[in-house]
Unconditional design. Structure first.
Length: 335
């Protein structure tokens, strides 16, 4: 566990924003060789939200951030740092965080994007915590926002059924340690995963060309089963580790908010820590895998359903490309 100070980082606001348009499994049946029964049984997904063409990641990121700020009782001027985890930035550069900083009117904030794929939100939470505990920031917006539909190959049934668009945001503030906030956070990487899940073109390795477009290299490539094996192990282990090594057991956990990639991965982590359904947030049926947005949006859903109370013990956990994985243990401070 990292060294503690008297001040820590606590969530004081949470927000989300999704496009209106729903893409159901029945819709996908008309696009690729698939069926509702297979998708529901293998993934737990029934529908996902999809942006209209041309809507950038910043759009829903800004809406989610506005709701989080309102919940926290903060104005854009109060924010001194914006971190945007995303794999679908508006542009490769400048950071989408700068677009959001400008359009939200956070004139006192510095801002950057960070990319840790589906683990982006927990990686950003640890970064925000470090900035707050070191005294460099007092009020941080972490905004996970994705337009996954812009990098999906809509002819590949292995991947096009999985992903959705949307954004979730939290406000993290410097709070007295006794009040709650982040107790612990742990991050891991194993670069063995690079070959199993990636988007090959668009960066410096394969700059855009007619050839990269013709070969479909600007879309998600995933070896599903291989990723699945690592994900089950990574999510279950990291959840058990952060709970047990902080002196808690499954019974102490009020809410487990995992990354929503596959209902079977979530169920495996849930079983490993011995959690009941009432302790776990599952939104994958409605939204699919929204990558860096899945945890903050699940948090907002849980908040709206009245499942988060002041002091609730919450575990966040994610696994994604890289491989990257991590968890955050916190006491809820945004009632
Ligand atoms: O969020 C970031 C990290 N990513 C993940 O955590 C994803 C991890 N992986 C998974 O969730 C699962 O591996 C998938 C949901 C992607 C796939 O499920 P699976 O049970 O591993 O299926 P599979 O890839 O082993 O495919 C089983 C069969 C294959 O047919 P054959 O070769 O056995 O005849 C596939 O071609 O299912 C077939 N299949 C489909 N059938 C109907 C694959 N996609 C589909 C589909 N509809 N959409």
């Amino acid at each position: 566990m990292a060294a503690r100070t008297l001040k820590t980082a606590g969530i004081t606001g949470v927000g989300m924003s999704f496009p209106e348009k729903r893409l159901t499994n029945a819709d996908l049946e008309k696009m690729v060789e698939t069926n509702d029964a297979w998708i529901v049984e293998r993934t737990g997904i029934r529908e996902r939200r999809i942006c209209e063409k041309g809507v950038p990641a910043s759009h829903h990121g800004i809406q989610a951030a506005r709701q989080a700020l309102e919940h926290a009782g903060k104005t854009p001027d109060d924010v001194d740092l914006i971190i945007v985890p995303t794999v679908t930035p508006d542009m490769l550069f400048p950071p989408t965080a700068c677009v959001i900083q400008d359009q939200l009117g956070c004139s006192n904030a510095w801002a950057f994007d960070m990319e840790a794929a589906c683990s982006g939100f927990v990686f950003a939470m640890q970064n925000a915590r470090a900035q707050i505990e070191s005294g460099f920031a007092k009020c941080v917006l972490v905004i996970g926002t994705e337009v996954m539909s812009s990098i999906v190959d809509w002819t590949d049934r292995n991947t096009c059924i999985l992903f959705g668009d949307g954004a979730g945001a939290v406000v993290l503030e410097s709070i007295e340690e006794e009040r709650g906030g982040i107790i612990d956070s742990r991050l891991h990487v194993d670069g063995v995963g690079v070959k199993h899940l990636h988007m090959l073109a668009g960066g410096s390795l394969n700059p855009p060309s007619h050839e990269t477009v013709d070969k479909g290299m600007h879309s998600i490539y995933q070896e599903g089963m291989e990723v699945y094996k690592y994900a089950v192990r990574g999510m279950a282990n990291i959840t058990a580790e952060i709970v047990e090594q902080n002196g808690f057991s499954g019974q102490d956990v009020d809410l487990f908010v995992p990354h929503q990639a596959n209902i079977r991965i979530i169920d495996a982590a849930q079983r490993r820590v011995g959690l009941q359904d009432s302790q776990v947030v599952k939104t994958i049926d409605r939204f699919g895998n929204t990558t860096a947005a899945s945890i903050p949006t699940a948090l907002r859903v849980a908040y709206e359903e009245g499942r988060l109370k002041e002091g609730s013990l919450v575990v966040l956990c994610a696994f994604g490309a890289g491989f990257t994985w991590g968890s955050v243990l916190l006491r809820w401070t945004a009632s």
